[in-house]
Ligand binder design. Structure first.
Ligand SMILES: C[S@@+](CC[C@H](N)C(=O)[O-])C[C@H]1O[C@@H](n2cnc3c(N)ncnc32)[C@H](O)[C@@H]1O
Length: 409
C-alpha cells in the first residue's frame, strides 16, 4: 500500500504508477548511482530510493518511453480486449477493471460471476452439494439451518423481507426459504447481485421451486457502491403486512471476495435500521481454510477467473505463470497470474481508446478470499455500527455466521 506522506517512492509504487517491472526500477537506481541517468535518490537504511518529485517523474516518463521504443517485439505482446468485454460490463465496471489493473494490480473477483462465470459458479455449487463436499456452500447451508431459530427469535412474530446480497443461484438458502414459506413467515424476497446472469439463474430456480408461491424481485447492484436503503425502506413500508422486519443476508463468504471487505460492511452498517437483522457468512483464518484450494476438476471455479480474463483479453495459457497462495500479510488466499513477457492490453470502443501495461514478472491478482478471526470481524462490524448478537461456527471451524443488529447509540 502506498504511503503518500513519504518524500520518496518505494520501488513497487513506481512499478505501479508507471507500469514497469520492479526489476527495471532497481536497474534505474543502479544506473543513477553510476551517473547514467539524472534520477535523484535518497538513502534510507542502506537502501536507495527514488525521490518523489516532479524532476524524477519527468525522467521516469522518458525512461519508460525509451525502454518501450527499444524493446524487441518478441519481449512484448500487444492484445486487444474483445467486443464481448465491452458488451459484458457497464462503463462504470470497465473503468473499475482497467483502473484495478493499473493502480492496484488486481481485477476484483466479483466480476468473475458476470457472463459465463454464473454458469460456472452454479456448476460448482451443484457439485459441492451433490458430493457433500465440506466447503463454503455446504457450511452456509449447515449454519443457516442452525441460525434460523435464533433469527426468528429476534423478529417474532413478524414476517420477514429478505434482502439476499450476492444471492448467487440461491441453492444454499433454498431450505431456509421453504421453512419460512411453510410457516407463512416470508413476505418478500429480494435477490441482489452484481451479475445479471446470476440473477437469471436465481429466477429460474425460484420459478422451478416455488412458482408464484413467493413475492420476489431482483436488483442488479454492487454492494460496494450501490444502495440498499431503498430496498430496506420500501419493503417495510408498503401497504401489505405492515408488521414485517428486514433480514439482510450476506452469505457464502462473498464479503471476502471484495477488494476491500470493509466497503460493503460500511454500506450496510450505514443504512441498516434498528429493527433490521443482518446475517454475515465468513471464512475463519485457520490452517484448514488457509490451504483450501479446489482443484478437483477442470471446472474449478478458482481457475475460471483466469479463463475469463484470458478469453476476454485475447491472451493464452502460455502467456502466464499461475500461482495459488496464502498471503499472511493480507490474511488472504490469492490467485495471481504473472506474465512471462510484457503485455499491453488495448481497450478501444466508442467511449475509450486506451491501453494498460502488465509487465513481465509483475503479479496480477485475479481471485481473492480474505479470512477473518472472530474478534477481528466483530471489531470490524462494531466499527461500522453493527452489534454482533450471535455467532455460530461450522463443525470443521472453517466458517462462521454472525447475526447482528444496528448498534444502539
Ligand atoms: C461466492 S458467491 C455466493 C452466492 C450465495 N450467496 C451462496 O452463498 O452460495 C458470490 C455471489 O455474490 C455476487 N457478488 C459478488 N460481489 C458482489 C458485489 N460487490 N455486489 C453484489 N453482488 C456481488 C456474485 O455475483 C455471486 O453471485
Amino acid at each position: 500500500m502506498s504511503n503518500n506522506t513519504k518524500n520518496y517512492y518505494k520501488n513497487i509504487e513506481i512499478s505501479r504508477k508507471f507500469g514497469v517491472n520492479p526489476t527495471t526500477v532497481t536497474n534505474w537506481i543502479e544506473a543513477s548511482k553510476k551517473d547514467k541517468n539524472q534520477l535523484q535518490l535518497v538513502q534510507i537504511k542502506d537502501r536507495d530510493y527514488i525521490l518523489k518529485k516532479e524532476h524524477n517523474d519527468i525522467i521516469i516518463e522518458n525512461l519508460v518511453q525509451s525502454s518501450k521504443k527499444y524493446k524487441h517485439k518478441s519481449q512484448r505482446k500487444v492484445v486487444k480486449a474483445k467486443p464481448e468485454f465491452f458488451e459484458t460490463f457497464t462503463p462504470e465496471e470497465i473503468a473499475e477493471i482497467i483502473n484495478g489493473i493499473e493502480i492496484y494490480g488486481e481485477i476484483p473477483h466479483k466480476f468473475t460471476y458476470v457472463g459465463g462465470g454464473a454458469e460456472s459458479w452454479a456448476e460448482y455449487v451443484e457439485r459441492s452439494v451433490s458430493n457433500k463436499i465440506v466447503n463454503t456452500i455446504t457450511n452456509t447451508q449447515y449454519l443457516l439451518d442452525k441460525a434460523k431459530n435464533i433469527i426468528l427469535s429476534e423478529v417474532a412474530p413478524s414476517k420477514l423481507n429478505i434482502i439476499d446480497i450476492g444471492c448467487g443461484d440461491i441453492i444454499p438458502v433454498k431450505t431456509f426459504l421453504e421453512y419460512l414459506i411453510s410457516k407463512k413467515l416470508l413476505k418478500d424476497y429480494i435477490a441482489y447481485d452484481i451479475s445479471q446472469e446470476m440473477l437469471d439463474l436465481a429466477k429460474k430456480n425460484i420459478n422451478t421451486w416455488f412458482g408464484n408461491g413467493i413475492k420476489v424481485s431482483y436488483a442488479r447492484r454492487d454492494i460496494n457502491y450501490d444502495h440498499i436503503e431503498d430496498l430496506l425502506f420500501y419493503s417495510k413500508r408498503n401497504q401489505k403486512f405492515k408488521n414485517s422486519e428486514n433480514l439482510i443476508l450476506f452469505l457464502g463468504s462473498t464479503v471476502e471476495n471484495q477488494f476491500n471487505y470493509m466497503e460493503p460492511l460500511r454500506n450496510i452498517g450505514s443504512k441498516i435500521t434498528f429493527d433490521d437483522i443482518f446475517v454475515l457468512g465468513i471464512t475463519l483464518n485457520n490452517n484448514r481454510s488457509k490451504s483450501y484450494f479446489d482443484f478437483t476438476d477442470k471446472a474449478s471455479f478458482n481457475l475460471r477467473s483466469f479463463r475469463t480474463w484470458k478469453d476476454l483479453f485475447n491472451l493464452s495459457d502460455e502467456d502466464f505463470e499461475i500461482e495459488f497462495m496464502y498471503d499472511s500479510q493480507q490474511s488472504s488466499r490469492l490467485l495471481q497470474i504473472t506474465p512471462k513477457k510484457d503485455i499491453e492490453i488495448i481497450f478501444k470502443n466508442e467511449q475509450i481508446d486506451t491501453s494498460v501495461e502488465v509487465n513481465k514478472g509483475t503479479k496480477l491478482t485475479i481471485w481473492r478470499h480474505s479470512h477473518h478471526t472472530l474478534p477481528g470481524i466483530i471489531n470490524d462490524m462494531d466499527s461500522v455500527g453493527l452489534d454482533v448478537k450471535h455467532v455460530l461456527t461450522s463443525p470443521d471451524e472453517t466458517h462462521a455466521m454472525l447475526i447482528a443488529k444496528r448498534k444502539k447509540n
